[in-house]
Design a protein around this ligand. Structure first.
Ligand SMILES: Cc1cc2nc3c(=O)[nH]c(=O)nc-3n(C[C@H](O)[C@H](O)[C@H](O)COP(=O)(O)OP(=O)(O)OC[C@H]3O[C@@H](n4cnc5c(N)ncnc54)[C@H](O)[C@@H]3O)c2cc1C
Ligand SMILES: *[C@@H]1O[C@H](CO)[C@@H](O)[C@H](O)[C@H]1NC(C)=O
Ligand SMILES: *[C@@H]1O[C@H](CO)[C@@H](O)[C@H](O)[C@H]1NC(C)=O
Length: 503
């Protein structure tokens, strides 16, 4: 057996002492292809089926050309896949909805990509009040499948976002205030362990695993189904929420930021209302826009929580309406196939961070304009959303994100700098500028004593190490579960996508 070079990413903590011999492309892909159950489900480079799958990724750099792709159609298939990959020590990546934003979020180049794309069903079980979600189900189609039953789930706010990655890594939905993080709404994970065994993790069975999988992402096994709490619409006969986008005249930045800060301080008064604000620049449009995404999951029209936002004199457009979740989340859908650079961080709910981040955002745009190729795409987004005790308390200490101590001191701001360019070369020149912007912002926040030093996994950049910010106790629980359920460390050493448990 040929020893394969370790995956290139510096984030992979593979110790050479126990990495062992790794399966080669031939050994791994042929072993999968030989399995009669996987017949027709292993795709090889150069075939139309393989090439077509490369177009199912949000981020152009994430769509890595794997040795081969395997597309299980059932839990049984997924179990055979894991057994074979473990047996031959094959490096692999996990792809569900494919909305990871960086290279090695999901697909891998030196290994096998497990593409769960065919496992995308949504099934409502009214007697149990649960929705069975397959990992590659996307948010808007899942909502649409549930509308006729008058229920929904804590899924993405942008239609095409996949639920496998979103839910396992946290998940902020329009229902966060009333129901918590998406991961806190998972009553049961069906999971294929490294040895191919299929188990259920819930409050009663394998509860240690259930806890660490809430926010622990792909560190313990391959998730084949998420049984999520079914949430009833305020009026199940009319499955609507109230929401949309309100855009402001750019001169109203201070008023919007103040409305945002006040909103965050008062979420406990209306857990159904939510807000995200962002300054968005698009080179093609040649100007910046300032937008508030406002929603009320109880379908209350213009609720008091939105009053300050709606009374600002300077609204240039307003799409607020009562509509289905499918309709609301499709309004936000962005385009696939670009190169994205995301850097999140979390701060205390302090207006100084908003004005500083936005002032420096304008400088960042100038710097990016100078280096991104003429005629190519460029957009930037400087985004803020609250993380409050009202949201976090729904976890009942049953997730691993470690936010309880932070929100005890008051609400926080989940900040995201989100830059999009059109080519790999432009990504390479933009990255150092965006990284420097982000470092400067974090230094500023630290100097004011308002930096949470906490990183949201679902938004994190591969350069960040989000799990290391979850607190010692949570990391210890994750390590313990990893040793128990994955004794050979397959999901730590052979998995080449996503974030690992720090060593
Ligand atoms: C346009 C856009 C909008 C977004 N909006 C929101 C939002 O409103 N709220 C929010 O919280 N986040 C949001 N996100 C972030 C989103 O939660 C993450 O990108 C998430 O990873 C997407 O899930 P996926 O299944 O599509 O990802 P994938 O890229 O398929 O998976 C990402 C990683 O998740 C893990 N994973 C996925 N599936 C499994 C599985 N079956 N078993 C084990 N591990 C698995 C793996 O580590 C994998 O590498 C958004 C992202 C984008 C691009
Ligand atoms: C599930 O995936 C298949 C294959 O990509 C696709 O044809 C189908 O439309 C998807 N179903 C849903 C509900 O998204
Ligand atoms: C939402 O519904 C309205 C009214 O039916 C329609 O005009 C609009 O195009 C829909 N928006 C999306 C994004 O589906």
């Amino acid at each position: 057996m040929r020893v394969f070079p370790f995956l290139a990413s510096a984030m992979l903590s593979i110790s050479s002492a126990n990495a062992g011999d790794r399966g080669s492309a031939d050994v791994c892909c042929n072993a999968l292809n030989r399995d009669y159950l996987l017949k027709g489900k292993v795709y090889f480079p150069g075939t139309p089926a393989y090439e077509a799958r490369l177009n199912t990724y949000f981020d152009a750099n994430a769509a890595q050309r794997a040795w081969c792709m395997v597309l299980p159609k059932s839990t049984r298939d997924a179990s055979r896949v894991m057994r074979t990959l473990s047996k031959y020590k094959c490096p692999f990546g996990i792809k569900s909805g494919g909305h990871g934003t960086f290279k090695l979020s999901n697909a891998v180049k030196d290994g096998v990509t497990i593409d769960l794309g065919f496992m995308n069903g949504t099934t409502y079980y009214p007697e149990r009040g649960v929705v069975g979600i397959e990992p590659a189900a996307k948010s808007a189609p899942a909502y649409e499948a549930l509308e006729k039953y008058g229920v929904t789930v804590t899924g993405g706010r942008v239609g095409p976002v996949g639920l496998g990655g979103f839910v396992s890594g946290g998940g902020i939905s329009f229902h966060a205030g009333a129901h918590g993080w998406a991961c806190d709404n998972v009553e049961n994970f069906e999971v294929v362990l490294a040895n191919g065994k299929v188990i259920n993790a819930n409050e009663h069975e394998h509860s240690d695993l259930w806890r660490v999988m809430r926010g622990g992402s792909g560190n313990f096994g391959l998730i084949t189904r998420l049984d999520m709490k079914a949430i009833k619409f305020a009026n199940p006969a009319e499955p609507h929420i109230f929401g949309g986008l309100v855009a402001y005249d750019l001169s109203k930045g201070k008023e919007v930021a103040d409305a945002y800060i006040n909103f965050a301080e008062n979420i406990h008064n209306d857990p159904y209302s939510s807000v995200v604000i962002w300054w968005y620049y698009n080179r093609d449009a040649g100007e910046m826009v300032l937008v508030a995404c406002l929603d009320n999951s109880a379908n209350q029209v213009n609720p008091p929580a939105m009053k300050e936002f709606l009374s600002i004199d300077g609204i240039v457009s307003n799409t607020l309406r009562s509509a289905t979740m499918g309709n609301i989340t499709r309004e936000l859908a962005g385009d696939d196939g670009f190169y994205n650079i995301w850097f999140p961080s979390n701060f205390k709910n302090d207006p100084r961070i908003i004005s500083y981040a936005q002032e420096k955002h304008e400088e960042l745009i100038q710097a990016l304009e100078a280096v991104v190729s003429a005629g190519e795409f460029l957009s930037t987004q400087c985004q803020f959303q609250p993380v409050s005790k009202t949201v976090v308390d729904h976890s009942n200490n049953n997730n691993v994100m470690g936010l309880e101590s932070h929100v005890a001191d008051g609400p926080g701001i989940l900040f995201l700098m989100y830059v999009t360019v059109g080519t790999a070369a432009d990504e390479a020149v933009a990255l150092p500028l965006v990284r420097a912007y982000h470092e400067d912002l974090n230094h500023y926040a630290s100097s004011l004593g308002i930096n949470w030093n906490w990183i949201y996994l679902d938004y994190a950049n591969l350069e960040q190490d989000p799990i290391s910010t979850f607190g010692e106790d949570n990391i210890r629980k994750m390590k313990k579960a990893s040793v128990k359920y994955d004794p050979d460390g397959v999901f730590q050493k052979l998995r080449g996508s996503g974030f690992k448990i720090p060593t």
